[in-house]
Each structure stands twice: as structure tokens, then as C-alpha cells.
Design a protein around this ligand. Structure first.
Ligand SMILES: CC(C)(COP(=O)(O)OP(=O)(O)OC[C@H]1O[C@@H](n2cnc3c(N)ncnc32)[C@H](O)[C@@H]1O)[C@@H](O)C(=O)NCCC(=O)NCCS
Ligand SMILES: Nc1ncnc2c1ncn2[C@@H]1O[C@H](COP(=O)(O)OP(=O)(O)OP(=O)(O)O)[C@@H](O)[C@H]1O
Length: 309
């Protein structure tokens, strides 16, 4: 399946048109944002070979998930992302927005579980992409990767009074290993999404093929992230194997080189032996692909002028 994530100009044109109306976020634009989110999830799922994760070769370390399940889950989340975009129009980061998004996100989790038969395919992705989609709407046409990630962090840092207490795998891993997990990443303004975007762009600029740029972006995140997916399934050992393995691949020139591919497949085998996978890093890659095409920093004067109309 070919998903063209580079076709960003259309979406940006939509946002430019939508901004001055002041009458809320028109439906086609919310749908365009949802389309971009689903395309990013599809591109992440189909990217192959990913270490330990579900891809075109098979389910990796996830006995209960296959590629078709991930794709069905991504598609089932389209209305969730559209609803998030619509609910964010004309808003600012606030406890009310945080709670509205949480309700839509939890509803999305129910849709996900309904199509996957109870498997957790995209909980982390709903969280990260949901916040970033909302922030993208708040930032409007002048938004950059830097400002969108910062605004997503501002939304996430508000409390959600209606969050039901749940003993999740992520929460348990955070407690047991003293890491901050998916919530900490959001609170900090998604530093690993920014890292993935920067790696993607640097690899493309160096002439890498698109798949190799995506794999290197995933590895750059794996080399640093406190991924609670790895921790809860394989403890500190799995996290260390993933980080050192990712560094080894990047150190040999990355996914584009024969040596890098060999190191990547060796890392895949080691993670499978530990029954562990970097699901959090995969979510960060999907989030980076969602922001693909957005400029890194707010810059151009014409955009600024449009925004102030
Ligand atoms: C914050 C979430 C992810 C729950 O996190 P928690 O750590 O309790 O548990 P859980 O194990 O279910 O999910 C964590 C998932 O995050 C991803 N992840 C793991 N580590 C990291 C990390 N360091 N950084 C980013 N993502 C990570 C993984 O995919 C993992 O599966 C989220 O599901 C949530 O609270 N949702 C409530 C509804 C809501 O507020 N939605 C907002 C919609 S925008
Ligand atoms: N290609 C992918 N393959 C597998 N997981 C992915 C992929 N992309 C993202 N993920 C993320 O990984 C998470 C799944 O991790 P994991 O299977 O450890 O979840 P769990 O349900 O908490 O644990 P367990 O299955 O051990 O009970 C999902 O929430 C999803 O966000």
C-alpha cells in the first residue's frame, strides 16, 4: 500500500483558507486532519522491517495483533481524529479542552477495542496524535512543529477530572521503573516527536529513500525513549537491548546501508526473543509523520500576515 505523506500542500492550503473565517473549523479541514492522522498510522504500520513490531512480515512480538488488525484500527479512528479537530476549533489550551479531548479519546479507545477484539493497537497513538491534532488546529496556518508540540504539551498538562482510575501496563511500568512514559512525553512537549521529525528531514536531505528515512527516525527515538511498552514486557533488559541495538544500527550508517540492515534484523531477533517491542517509539514515528510537511519553526512573513487577518 502506498501512502503519500509528502502531499502536504493541500492540507496547508485548507488551513490558510479556514483561518480568517472565524466561524469555527469547517468540516473538510477536520476531515483532512483526520485523513493525515490515519495515513500516518498506516505508514507506520506498513513500514518494514521494524524491530519487534507488527509489520508486513508479521505480528512481531504482538501475538494478538496482525497487520490487518492495525490497519482496521487506524481506519476506525478516523472519526475520532475528525471529532478532535472539530472540538479544538477556536479553543485555547484549558482544562475544558483537555476534558473534551479525553472524552473523545476514550470513545476512540472503545472503537479501537471493538474492531481489534480487545487488543491494544493504538492507545498510545490516540493519545499522542490526538493532542497533536488538537494543537495543530489551535496553532492554525502559522503553526510549526516547534509550536504545535509545545501547545500539545500545554493541553496535556491540564488535569482531566473525569479520568477513570485504571491500572494500565504503562502506569505500572512508570511506577516500577521510575519513568514518566506517554504522559511525561506529552507534558514535555513531545521532544521525541521533534527528534523523529528532525531525523526524517536530515535523512531525506542526505538522499535517503523514504522507507530508510522512516526507519532511521524510529531508531533515533528508540535509542533514547523510556518506552513503557519495552519495560512492561521485558524490563530494563529489553529497554537496554532496544537502545543499544538502535544506536548500533544508526552507528553503522542506518537502515540504508547493508551493514545497518544486518544490525536491524539482529535487533529484531533479540527483541523477539525477549517478547518485547518498542510500541511507544512507533507512536512517536506516527506522530512525526502526521506533522510531516509542517515547517520546523514559525518563519515566513506572508503566513504571519495571513494569520493576523
Ligand atoms: C496517557 C495514555 C496513553 C495512558 O497511558 P498509560 O501509561 O496509563 O498506559 P498504557 O499502557 O495504556 O499506554 C501507554 C502507551 O503509550 C505509548 N508509550 C509508551 N512509552 C511512551 C513514551 N515514553 N512516550 C510516548 N509514548 C509512549 C505506548 O504505545 C504505550 O502502549 C492514554 O491512553 C490516556 O490516558 N487516555 C485517556 C483518554 C485521554 O485523555 N485521551 C486524550 C485524547 S487526545
Ligand atoms: N506497529 C506496531 N506494532 C505494535 N504496536 C504498536 C505499533 N505501533 C504502535 N504500537 C503501540 O504499542 C502499543 C501496544 O503495546 P503493548 O502490546 O505492549 O500493549 P499492552 O496492551 O499494554 O500490553 P500487552 O499486550 O502486553 O498486554 C499500542 O498502544 C500502540 O500504541
Amino acid at each position: 500500500m502506498h501512502v503519500d505523506l509528502l502531499e502536504v500542500d493541500l492540507l496547508q492550503a485548507d488551513l490558510l483558507e479556514a483561518r480568517p473565517s472565524g466561524a469555527g473549523f469547517p468540516l473538510p479541514n477536520a476531515d483532512a486532519i483526520a485523513g493525515r492522522a490515519v495515513a500516518a498510522l498506516v505508514a507506520e504500520a506498513t513500514l518494514t522491517p521494524k524491530p519487534g513490531l507488527v509489520d508486513r512480515r508479521g505480528p512481531g512480538a504482538h501475538a494478538d495483533v496482525e497487520l490487518a488488525t492495525l490497519l482496521a484500527s487506524a481506519e476506525a479512528l478516523r472519526p475520532t481524529f475528525a471529532e478532535i479537530a472539530r472540538a479544538s476549533a477556536g479553543r485555547r489550551p484549558s482544562p475544558e479542552l483537555r476534558e473534551d479531548l479525553a472524552r473523545i479519546g476514550r470513545d476512540g479507545e472503545r472503537r479501537m477495542f471493538a474492531v481489534t477484539g480487545g487488543a491494544n493497537t493504538h492507545r498510545g497513538a490516540i493519545w499522542a496524535l490526538g493532542l497533536l491534532a488538537a494543537a495543530r488546529v489551535l496553532e492554525g496556518a502559522g503553526g510549526s512543529v516547534e509550536t504545535i508540540c509545545a501547545t500539545a504539551g500545554r493541553i496535556a498538562r491540564h488535569a482531566d477530572r473525569f479520568a477513570p482510575p485504571r491500572a494500565t501496563n504503562g502506569a505500572r511500568a512508570c511506577r516500577a521503573y521510575g519513568v514518566s512514559g506517554a504522559r511525561g512525553e506529552a507534558d514535555a512537549g513531545f521532544p521525541h516527536v521533534r527528534l523523529a521529525v528532525a531525523t526524517l528531514r536530515a535523512r531525506r536531505a542526505a538522499g535517503a529513500a523514504e522507507d530508510h528515512a522512516h526507519l532511521d527516525a524510529l531508531l533515533s527515538v528508540m535509542a533514547r525513549l523510556d518506552d513503557t511498552c519495552l519495560l512492561h514486557r521485558g524490563g530494563r533488559r529489553a529497554l537496554r537491548v532496544a537502545r543499544l541495538g538502535a544506536r548500533a544500527v544508526l552507528g553503522t550508517g542506518g537502515a540504508a546501508t547493508a551493514e545497518g540492515q544486518g544490525a536491524l534484523l539482529a535487533l529484531d531477533r533479540r527483541l523477539l526473543a525477549l517478547n518485547a517491542s518498542p510500541g511507544g517509539a512507533a507512536d512517536m514515528l506516527a506522530a512525526a509523520l502526521f506533522l510531516d510537511g509542517v515547517p520546523e519553526r514559525r518563519s515566513s512573513a506572508p503566513l504571519q500576515a495571513q494569520r493576523e487577518m
